[in-house]
Design a binder for this molecule. Structure first.
Ligand code: ATP
Ligand code: MG
Length: 288
């Protein structure tokens, strides 16, 4: 699957309006099963690479997922992480910060959830909320920052801080890869209605989803500006069309696979002296 069409490594020219929410590349609805099969194959390969990542214990992958409400973050994580060894994987959800979190710099709670070497960490929302909901609702004044820190080009600085932080992670072996599930307003309405109408989905419904929906355009602007300012070689954004769940999930699995392939983790080789002793150990055990 040609996922590079969705990758942004330099956001200067990025316009969200150039990206469709219902693109499925050359696949049509009738290919849904074939695409699902492709996703399963990806997951099988991801499992193998995860095993090597864990054994090598040098790199980590940080998969960040951002989107409007009901864009399918949870479902995507459920599918893409389905084959992962739980021992080498962690999912972190970031909600509105607690009083303790507000009393720290905004990356404090993020840093505590960054995956350890050998692991795949998935962020369901992330530090990017700090340039999304915080921007749309003009919340910086509630973040206990000194006045000096609020002056001038606050958002420019925040983007820079995020870029600096992600570069720091990358240069220390933690590879960030960022997914924006790009949903249409129409499809969001359909999914929120399903949460209202389907008793099994009622628990997912939140009146705040309707409040945030009223701010749709402001959110879209914030997403666009976020991608313009925080797309880098070392931590690219992928704008994944999310109106078709089957397609979005397959694309995200491909992105994770591609990231792991590039890391190309290797099983550690035993030091020569130990490798030479293996035959000896085998014989000892055989005599046991
Ligand atoms: P769903 O997509 O299924 O609705 P969710 O991820 O929206 O799930 P919720 O508990 O509904 O989960 O929402 C979490 C809320 O926390 C979001 O509205 C999000 O914007 C908010 N949030 C996350 N980080 C911050 C932050 N740094 N400052 C303020 N609000 C935040
Ligand atoms: Mg929500």
């Amino acid at each position: 699957m040609k996922i590079q069409a969705f990758a942004i490594r330099d956001g200067k020219e990025f316009r969200l309006s150039n990206y469709s929410t219902d693109d499925t590349l050359h696949f049509s609805e009738s290919d849904e099963q074939a695409v699902e099969e492709e996703m399963r194959e990806n997951i099988t390969e991801i499992e193998k690479l995860q095993d090597r990542l864990y054994a090598e214990n040098r790199h980590a992958v940080l998969l960040v997922i951002q989107a409007m409400d009901a864009a399918g973050k949870d479902g995507t994580i459920k599918h893409v992480a389905s084959g992962l060894n739980p021992q080498g994987c962690q999912v972190s959800c970031f909600k509105a910060p607690s009083a303790t979190e507000i009393d720290h710099d905004f990356l404090w709670r993020i840093e505590r959830e960054v995956p350890q070497r050998g692991n795949i960490g998935i962020f369901n929302r992330s530090h990017y909320e700090e340039v999304l909901v915080v921007k749309v609702h003009d919340l910086p004044s509630k973040e206990m920052l000194p006045d000096d820190c609020l002056k001038g080009d606050f958002w420019e600085r925040r983007y820079r801080q995020i870029n600096d932080y992600e570069r720091y992670l990358y240069e220390n072996g933690i590879v960030p890869v960022k997914i924006f599930l790009h949903l249409s307003k129409k499809e969001q309405k359909k999914r929120i209605l399903a949460r209202i109408d389907d008793p099994e989905k009622n628990w997912k419904f939140s009146a705040s989803d309707l409040e945030e929906r009223k701010l749709w355009d402001k959110y879209q602007d914030a997403f666009e500006e976020m991608i313009q300012n925080t797309s880098t070689e070392y931590a690219p954004w992928y704008v994944v069309p999310a109106d078709k769940k089957w397609f979005a999930r397959a694309v995200v699995s491909e992105i994770l696979l591609d990231t792991l392939r590039k890391i190309d983790p290797k099983y550690p080789e035993l030091p020569k002296e130990q490798a030479e002793l293996l035959q000896h150990y085998r014989e000892t055990l055989a005599k046991d």
